[in-house]
Each structure stands twice: as structure tokens, then as C-alpha cells.
Design a protein around this ligand. Sequence first.
Ligand code: G3P
Ligand code: CA
Length: 329
Amino acid sequence: MRVLFIVLLCWTAAAALAADDRPLVIAHRGASGYLPEHTLEAYALAVEQGADFIEPDVVRTKDGVLIARHENDLTETTDAAAKFPDRRTTKTIDGMKVEGWFSEDFTLAEIKTLRAKERVSFRNHGNDGKFQVATLAEILALRARLSAAKGRVIGVYPETKHPAYFRSINLPLEEPLLAALKDAGLDKAGAPVFLQSFEPDSLKRLAALTSLPRIQLLVAAGDATTDAGLAAIAAYAQGIGPAKTMIIPVDAQGRTGTPTDLVARARKAGLLVHPYTFRPEPGFLPVSYEGDPAREYCRFAGLKINGLFTDTPDLALKALRESCPISAK
Ligand code: G3P
Ligand code: CA
């Protein structure tokens, strides 16, 4: 009972900030800087590295199972093309014509014959062909196992991917997502869960069905980031997940500029702020940080963000614990 109380207490604190008063570290697609994204192995490594949350993007299979993929097109992150050459097709998804191999055209049994591969050309490809595509249920079971093994609350931060498209083909995401969370005992207020989407309608639908906190993802400044826009988001979500450049702009040469007032205004609207995506490689890290990802983490921590999505939870935690001045935490 005492353990349960402590766990609940820890989680309540974690809802805004991690226990040691730093931004929450959200393992973006698992520890995807090291292992093929969205695999059980990448999530387990993220937990080993100390991540507060693991982040599955979810899509559905032909037989309706929720699986973790960044998009329903499996081409870039699996060997679907080699294993099912005849399954290639062209679809219009969210107004874009896409040619490839799609989750909704495969049963789970077929998906399980695939193996994941690294998406980013300059990352380690030594694990290509080794790991399966994970179901959301498997990820939630892993989360429970590792939470117990590590004696700490590991959160899960699922994102509905292309929810309007999936609903249009009679494979809606929101209801089965909540059912999976319920099956895993994660449906109650206070459960270590954030739900996220780029599509407001998906979050509004979730808001009608659950009290689990919701985060509105944003790609660029616009109507949604005016004071009125933030107030509108606050009616159905508890926070925003903006692209990093919406907080610290970066010019075409990779130089960072003066921070915007987005964090301050979001806070004023009562919203948490969880920017994405922190990545250490020169192809991603703005040149102003001179190759040192810790400088980027500390700069954002100094702006009092509440959490951050990172491909490398180990680097995030090292920076936040060892490099950032106390005032930046
Ligand atoms: O969900 C936060 C961040 O992951 C959004 O970007 O495209 O990597 O899912 P994406
Ligand atoms: Ca995501």
C-alpha cells in the first residue's frame, strides 16, 4: 500500500515535471538514436537509459490491431518491400499521394514476419533485419514489466497517426487506443499517460472519452499559437507539443535566434509545453551549439519547458542532471 502511495505521489509530481525538477524526458520512438525506431528493443533501451516516458506512434493493421509505426507507410522502416513485393500500392493520405506498403493492407500475422530497419541513413544500420514491429499491447506489457523491475513509474505517451484517414477506412484509432490502455490498467485519472496528436479532432474525440491528459502537437506558429488559439487548445488539451523551432528559431544556416514568447504564453493559458525533437547529430543539431547537444538541452531547460521529446534519452538526462545550471532546471 505504501509503495502504491509513493508511486502515485511520484506520478502526480511527474505530470508537470520530473521528480528532480527537470523537464520530463520522453523517449521519442524509443531510444531511436541507437536502435530501429518503435521496436520493443528501442523502448527497453530508453527505459534502461532512464527515460520518464516511452513514445509510441500508433497506426492499425488490416485486422485492426494497433501497432507502433511513425506512419502507415512501412517502406522506410521495415523490409515490407522485399518480403511482399506485390503489396505495393498508391494511396491518398491526408491529401498527399503516397506510394508504398501500408499497415492497413497487412494482417498482424503478416506484419510479424517483417523486420524493422533504421530510417536515418547516417545512423547505425547494424540492427536492421533483427527486430519485429511491436503492437501497442506488447509495448504496454513491456512498460508494466520494466516499471516493476526498475521500481519506478515509466509513462507511455501514444500518438494517433493519421487518425482522420484511419477513421475514413473504418479503422479508427481513438477507441482501440483507449481500450488498450484500459486493458493495461492505464485508463484512470493519474495514470502515467499523455495522449497526443497533430489533429485537433482526434484529441477532441479523446477528450470526450477519457480524462487522460492530452497534448496538441504543432508544426509551426499560426492561428493555434495566438493567445486565442492557445485558449482554444486549453479547452480540450492540457499541453502543446511544438516543434523546437517554434520556441528557439533556427535560420537557414543553422544558427539559433532569439526565443519566442510561446512558452510563456502557453503557461499563461495553463498549458504544459513539450517540444520535439532533440537529436544530437550534426545533421539535426543547430550549428550554434557547436556539436554539443547538452547546450541545446540546457537552453531549452532555461526556458522552463515541462518536457521534451528526444531520440537519445541518455544524453538528455546527462545534460539536464550534470551540465545545466541550477537556474535552468
Ligand atoms: O510526437 C512528438 C513528435 O514525435 C512529433 O513528431 O513526427 O516524430 O511523430 P513525429
Ligand atoms: Ca510522435
